[in-house]
Design a protein around this ligand. Sequence first.
Ligand code: S3P
Length: 739
Amino acid sequence: MSFSINTVAVVGLGLIGGSWIKALRQTYPDWHVIGFDRNQDSMVKAHSLGIIDSYEGSVDNVVKNADLVILSVPILACREILSLIRPYLKPDAILTDVGSVKGCVADDIRAVFGQDQANFVLGHPIAGSEKSGIQAANESLFQNHKVIITPLPSTSLSAVEFISSLWEVVGAKVEIMDVAHHDEVLAATSHLPHLLAYSLVDTLAHNHENKEIFNYAAGGFRDFTRIAASSPKMWHDIFTANKTAVLDALDLFAHDLSQLREAVANSDSTTMMGVFTRAKVARDHFSKILARRAYVEPMKNQQINYIANPGGCVTGTFRVPGDKSISHRSIMLGSLANGTTEVTGFLEGEDSLATLQAFRDMGVVIEGPHRGRVTIHGVGLHGLKRPPNTLYLGNSGTSMRLLAGLMAGQNFDVEMTGDESLSKRPMNRVANPLREMGAEIETSAEGRPPMLIKGSKPLKGITYTLPMASAQVKSCLLLSGLYADGKTIVTEPAPTRDHTERMLKGFGYKVQVDGDTVTVESGGELTATNIDVPSDISSATFFMVAASIALDSDITLEHVGINPTRIGIINILRLMGADLELLNEREVGGEPVADIRIRSAQLKGINIPEDQVPLAIDEFPAIFVAAACAEGTTVLTGAEELRVKESDRIQAMVDGLQVLGVDIKGTEDGAVIEGFGAKGAFGGGEIVTHHDHRIAMSFAVASLRASKPIKILDCANVATSFPSFIELSQSSGMNVTVE
Ligand code: S3P
């Protein structure tokens, strides 16, 4: 059924109804709009502003010819108005309202029309202003605002679609919701804040020192209480109409407020910091949503492309951000420790922040990060709480796989999800051995996320040989071993990063390492410690390759972690003939660290030793760029794991390098790259990154040896591991900009 509208009746000429019809008239100038309001002045004003064409003193005359009736009256007046107009409505007229509470209007419809009112569409625009009245009507009021439509079982789909279209033409975004759910959500997000604002201002105004208070009231007072200037009558009606849901929200708030009062009274800093840091993060997140910037939202929503202009060299002495693997583990182990752990050099990238947020969601009080400093108030191995929602882990495979091990040992159920890339990554490599230990885990088809991990399943230690060299799987099993009966013994086919083992020891937990086998046993405790996170050798890699391939380059990267299980990149670049020196080697908090100086050198192609592959597993996109600039052929084998990283990194690099004119062939477990050598250069072109941070950064580096600009698509995920990449690239001499 389609609706043909000639005459529109607007019953109630206030801010919302007035603004909507004002905006609609821009699209539908031929509509004849008649208005009604109990207040004669409002009708006269609406007419003089051209919002309505005419008005009538009695509501029956207004609706009798109307094809569309917009009800914009105080909530509690709805039933009376509906009874008055019902006898005069055209049989096929379509009706809608804009009230802030839906349950009571649904009751009114049933009371007045019986069950079968197919043409009444309940709606609620989430927009407004503390200003009220027709004189404040503003045709842009709904642009980019949400409108919630709450169909009843009797509402016709065509009527819902038609009213939705009338909201969409004025720039609003329509969402469909159940009536009861709408009233609960709005009680918490809108009605409760208004109640608190009214109450606070009233309390302060009653105080005998109110003059003082208002004289000195600054931003905090203004920000918190702006909405107390809203229409008292309207809000009286809303609280009356949505009594049950408002009281539920108020009771929950009163409970939390009294706990906060206790914390203040007892100088309980941990509880206070817990409330304040959780609230700050949530508010910052909300601001980012408002500004349409991603935080833990799927980052694909952000469209960031790089333009990498050809030429240049890199010089200088600088520090790249903290190690991602160690940052993740610092949050996990710090949260499970007894006592307070101080972290410095924490990577403030989206991946490690996803881990941090997950632990906050499980009740851990975490202060920061502020300039790489994080303070974690550990809750002990058995102190985590059930998170209120699904844990959203963004792009981060490390978060999901390590957490899977920990979550298997908890006494609550947890669901974990991630973005599009993480949702395609294999989780059976952790789910299967965890099931052998006794865990109950559900995944999507083929072991993909989401992962649902059931709580309170007793775990028993197993002896497990990893089918692939994976630090994530090893770490997952060691962490679940903290909760398993007996010993958990993990053997790896080749050495992989050993941060979990080192850090567990750093937290005072007994870990036995015998060659390729690691053993943990439950029953111990973690004791808080301080962690100084070294710079990430995986991020440093982009600059090591940059300095090697660009003539006249000379850089020193400070404080880089050179854990022996991570130095594949150093070994491989040296085999290729790189000019690379380790300076000032030292140990910081159980991890070896050095400053790395790299100068330009003509690289040569090599057969990459397979034993170096797990030690450089994240570095291959950049190594491919180095190999393309080398003299001769580079052959990579034994690296099939690259196909299941944030993207299929073999395919992504082969495709991208071919666009730039490189002679490269992918194989099942690696690639064969013919280097163009001293006289050659990359061409230009457009690179598809598949939203993979390391693919994006590798092609930015390639521009140093390009003859034409390279456009690199979808680079937002660089923020997962290296949020300052663009600034550091530019300040060191690369010509990379955000489009
Ligand atoms: C990581 C291990 C590696 C690595 C990832 C981080 C870790 O993954 O690629 O970026 O922190 O344990 P795999 O263990 O799957 O090889």
